[in-house]
Design a protein around this ligand. Structure first.
Ligand SMILES: [Zn+2]
Ligand SMILES: [Zn+2]
Ligand SMILES: [Zn+2]
Length: 203
């Protein structure tokens, strides 16, 4: 498997444009890694791709179909590759990196972006926890307030009930008092009447 990255060609280098297709391995369609040259047809492929092809049952050259093919390390392609730059595919990087530094750079970049993601996740979880804690606190306060309101309403009701009982008692006492007064005035009236009758009889 070759290197999955775009070739950096900002200056539109004519040599690069000519050779761009040759830098791409025809087996894996990625940038050649450890480029090998086929003796039969001069085509290039990655060392690992050549090994994969050899493992398969086909005994012909994967490019020109010649039987009994052989390949050799391509010094030319290696030195050409050493002059190109590949674009780091990691999100937020996209830097042009020299061919031979690419793998190391990409791995480091991936590690950094993964660490960033983990940190971001941690921050997100922390923020979520904070929100939940705040919401819980708010609900608690609301419940407390409602509890206090209920208690004060209950106290008011109790107070009203006490007042009612007191009023009832006062009314009863008043009624009793009035009855007694009435009885008393009835008695007075009878005495007066009797006095009046007596006076009348005397005359
Ligand atoms: Zn060939
Ligand atoms: Zn390949
Ligand atoms: Zn990078």
């Amino acid at each position: 498997m070759g290197i999955e990255a775009e070739i950096y060609d900002k200056k539109n280098n004519p040599i690069l444009t000519d050779l761009k297709d040759d830098i791409i391995c025809p087996i894996c369609c990625a940038v050649l890694q450890e480029p090998m040259m086929l003796i039969c047809c001069g085509g290039h492929l990655c060392l690992s791709c050549l090994k994969d092809v050899r493992k398969s049952n086909f005994k012909d050259c994967p490019l020109c179909r010649k039987t009994g093919y052989s390949a050799t390390k391509s010094r030319f392609m290696q030195s050409f590759c050493s002059k190109i730059e590949l674009i780091c595919p990691v999100d937020g990087c996209n830097t042009a990196v020299p061919y031979f530094e690419f793998e190391e750079h990409k791995n480091r970049c991936l590690e950094i972006s993964m660490r960033k993601m983990t940190l971001k996740n941690h921050a997100d979880i922390f923020a979520q926890n904070e929100t939940l804690t705040r919401e819980l606190e708010e609900s608690k306060n609301k419940i407390d307030k409602q509890r206090k309101q209920i208690a004060s309403l209950e106290a008011k009701m109790r107070c009203n009930e006490d007042k009612r009982l007191l009023n009832e008692k006062v009314l009863k006492d008043q009624l009793l008092e009035m009855n007694q007064k009435l009885l008393a005035s009835n008695g007075d009236y009878k005495d007066l009447k009797r006095e009046y009758e007596d006076l009348k009889n005397v005359q």
